[in-house]
Design a protein around this ligand. Structure first.
Ligand code: DON
Length: 305
């Protein structure tokens, strides 16, 4: 492997004890119980070399990072028709905003804001017999990892405090872009956000977006090359909400954040790297995570640009 190990170790040590101006997410009460000093990094290359440091083997709530997984399964099942239900434009607004839905007539700007992921969950419910079990099984087969699970606690915590998402789902339903019962859609959405993984597991599950020859546990391709290109393109333009431009500017890789403090970044044909540090900046993205990835792509000269 390139000198990733040396560079990751150096940046990890440089950032470990800096003054972190971020704040842990507390609008989902259960997330506030996590130790906010956790800091882990794991990289997996497409030739399956890997390196981890810090808290890279502790499970955390992947939250919106799961939006890539729900999108991937919905794209597999629905094909190009999916883009009639959800657009592919950056929103330039916070992840839980209701603002544009009114003028956009209930079509969310992209699948990585909450509104878009809720519509994607609705699409999945129309296809799957047992959505929660089937989706979890899809993730396990994709990552060849039977050890993946939802956190019941996080799912219930979000359910009891998910006023914004409940409003979003109802609002979209009023335009006819939610086909199933809103309680069923929201329950499924909350569970997908409550998936738990380690940095190592996250950097392994997204190899299908980096490795052109990737096959899942059953020996099947997950997406066509063109579909993988499209998901990477939406990640680059929309993966960090109203901070997507900033992430592309500073890091230069497609990626996705979650309010659990995780960020995954993908270098097509090279690697997947995951950073976890729970304190978030004002836009809801991990403060240290962004800093780490900025220094990483700068020092390794390994962005897509
Ligand atoms: O629906 C929510 O608000 C959370 N379950 C997920 C939001 C999230 O992770 C946004 N990411 N930065």
């Amino acid at each position: 492997m390139k000198n990733y190990q040396k560079i990751i170790t150096k940046i990890y040590n440089d950032l470990k004890n800096i003054d972190d101006t971020g704040k842990i997410a507390n609008y989902i009460p259960e997330l506030a119980n996590v130790d906010d000093t956790n800091f882990g990094i794991h990289i997996t290359t497409i030739d399956r070399n890997f390196f981890g440091i810090g808290d890279s083997k502790k499970k955390f709530s992947i939250q919106s990072i799961s939006k890539i997984l729900t999108l991937t399964l919905a794209y597999q099942l629905e094909g190009e028709k999916l883009w009639k239900r959800v657009d592919v434009e950056p929103s330039g607004n916070p992840f839980n905003s209701l603002l544009q839905l009114e003028s956009d007539l209930g079509i969310p700007r992209n699948p990585f804001i909450n509104a878009g992921a809720i519509v994607v969950c609705d699409v999945l419910i129309s296809h799957l017999k047992n959505p929660k079990e089937d989706f979890l099984n899809f993730c396990r087969i994709l990552s060849k990892n039977p050890d993946l699970n939802y956190s019941e606690k996080v799912a219930q915590s979000e359910k009891s405090s998910g006023y914004r998402n409940i409003a979003l789902c109802n609002f979209i339903k009023s335009f006819g872009n939610i086909k199933n019962d809103i309680d069923v859609v929201l329950d499924f959405y909350f569970y997908t956000c409550a998936l738990e993984m380690t940095c190592k597991e996250v950097s392994e599950i997204f190899l299908f977006l980096a490795d052109d020859n990737f096959t899942n546990q059953e020996g099947n391709r997950v997406l066509t090359m063109s579909q993988a290109k499209r998901i990477n393109a939406i990640l680059l333009t929309c993966g960090f909400y109203d901070e997507s431009g900033e992430f592309a500017f500073r890091v230069g890789l497609p990626g996705k954040s979650g309010v659990g403090g995780g960020i995954v970044a993908i270098h097509p044909d090279e690697f997947c790297i995951t950073v976890w540090s729970p304190k978030l900046n004002k836009k809801g993205n991990s403060y240290k995570g962004m800093l780490f990835l900025e220094q990483f792509t700068t020092e390794t000269e390994s962005s897509i640009f």
